[in-house]
Design a protein around this ligand. Structure first.
Ligand code: GDP
Length: 323
C-alpha cells in the first residue's frame, strides 16, 4: 500500500517541493492549510509545480490542537512533516508572541496531535540554523551550543527541544532537521535571495531602478530547497530518529550573492544598490556555516546545487514571471 504523508506548511516553499518529491515516490499527500477570509487556498507554489490537484487539503490551524488531531485522524499518516511557521526573522520582532505561538507552541501542538491520534507516525520538525544565532563555533554541527538572536530563533529552539523530548519521553520517531538557509524560485519575496533575484529581473526588464538592502555583510550558508527536502525524507526513513544539520558547508556574504545575481544578467550592483538603515535588524546573525558531515555519513545526503546555479535559476524564473 502507498504510504501517506501529512505536511503542515504545504503552501510554503519547502512544503511544495516536499509534496512534489513524495508524490513522485507514490505517496498519498495531505496538506494542512490555514483558511483565511481570502478566497481559495494560497496554492500558487503548488500550481507552479503543477501538483495542486494531487494534494488533499485539510483545514487546520497550528494554534488549534483539536483541528490538528482531526487532520491526523483523517489522514492516518505514516509520516508527518511540520513545516508550518511564522518563518520570517525580521517579522518576528514585530510579532514576537504570535511567532512563539505558531512557530514554537504550534510545533508542540502538532506533536501532541500525532502522539494522541497516530503515535507510530514518523515525525519531522523543521528546525533552523537561526537557533545558532550568535555562533559559538566556527562550523555549526549537531553538538554546537545554541544562541538564538531573534524571537523566531527562540521559538524554533523551543520546538527543537520539544521534538527531542517527545522522542525521549514518549518514544516517538521524532527527528529534527536543523536546516541552514535554503532558497529557490519558490522562496518568499521577503527573504533576501528572492528579494534580490526579483529586483534584478525587474531592473533587467526596465521595470525598476534600484534595490534597497540592509546589512549586506551578513554571511549565510545557502542551499537549494529542492535538495534539502530530500534530507527531510531520508531522516524519516531511518530506523532511529535523530537530529541532523543540513547545510552546504560554504558561507557567502549577501554582498557576493548580489554580485552573482546582477552578474548573471550582465549588470553591476553598484549602479542600483542602495543601503537602507531601516532594513537593519535589532539583532543580527552575522554568519552561519553548517557542518553537514553527519547527514552525509548517516543519511548519504549531499547538496547537488551550487549557490551560483541556484541564484541563476532564481533570476531566470523571475524574468519569466515579470516578462
Ligand atoms: P534569515 O537568515 O532567515 O534571516 O534569512 P533572510 O534571507 O531574511 O536574511 C538573510 C540575511 O540577509 C540577514 O542577515 C539579513 O539581515 C540580510 N539582509 C540584508 N538586507 C536584507 C533585506 O533587504 N531583506 C532581508 N530579508 N534580509 C536582508
Amino acid at each position: 500500500m502507498a504510504p501517506t504523508a501529512l505536511i503542515t506548511g504545504i503552501t510554503g516553499q519547502d512544503g511544495a517541493y516536499l509534496a512534489q518529491m513524495l508524490l513522485g515516490k507514490g505517496y498519498n499527500v495531505y496538506g494542512v492549510v490555514r483558511r483565511s477570509s481570502h478566497f481559495g487556498i494560497a496554492d500558487h507554489r503548488l500550481r507552479w509545480l503543477k501538483i495542486e490537484k494531487d494534494v488533499k487539503f485539510l483545514d487546520a490551524n497550528l494554534t488549534d490542537l483539536s483541528s490538528l488531531i482531526r487532520c491526523v485522524e483523517t489522514a492516518k499518516p505514516d509520516e508527518v512533516y511540520n513545516l508550518a511557521a511564522q518563518s520570517f526573522v525580521a517579522s518576528s520582532w514585530q510579532q514576537p508572541i504570535l511567532t512563539g505561538n505558531v512557530t514554537g507552541v504550534g510545533a508542540a501542538n502538532v506533536m501532541e496531535a500525532v502522539r494522541i491520534a497516530q503515535p507510530t507516525a514518523h515525525f519531522y520538525q523543521a528546525s533552523s540554523s537561526e537557533m545558532f544565532g550568535l555562533i559559538q563555533e566556527a562550523h555549526q554541527n549537531e553538538r554546537t551550543p545554541f544562541y538564538p538572536r531573534s524571537p523566531y530563533g527562540a521559538a524554533k529552539l523551543y520546538a527543537h527541544w520539544m521534538t527531542v523530548n517527545y522522542r525521549e519521553s514518549f518514544g516517538m520517531h521524532a527527528s529534527s532537521g536543523i536546516l541552514f538557509n535554503h532558497e529557490s524560485p519558490l522562496r518568499g519575496i521577503e527573504f533576501v535571495t528572492r528579494k534580490v533575484t526579483d529586483a534584478v529581473a525587474r531592473i533587467k526588464l526596465g521595470k525598476l531602478n534600484e534595490l534597497r538592502l540592509g546589512n549586506i555583510d551578513a554571511k549565510r550558508d545557502w542551499g537549494h530547497a529542492r535538495d534539502y527536502v530530500e534530507a527531510m525524507w531520508l531522516m524519516l526513513q531511518q530506523e532511529k530518529p535523530d537530529d541532523y544539520v543540513v547545510a552546504t558547508g560554504r558561507t557567502v556574504s549577501v554582498r557576493d550573492m548580489v554580485e552573482i545575481a546582477f552578474g548573471h544578467v550582465g549588470l553591476k550592483p553598484a549602479d542600483y544598490l542602495v543601503i537602507d538603515p531601516e532594513l537593519f535588524r535589532p539583532a543580527e546573525v552575522d554568519i552561519l556555516l553548517g557542518d553537514p558531515t553527519k547527514a552525509k555519513q548517516a543519511l548519504g545526503w549531499q547538496p547537488k546545487t551550487t549557490l551560483e546555479e541556484m541564484i541563476c535559476e532564481m533570476v531566470d524564473a523571475d524574468i519569466v514571471r515579470h516578462s
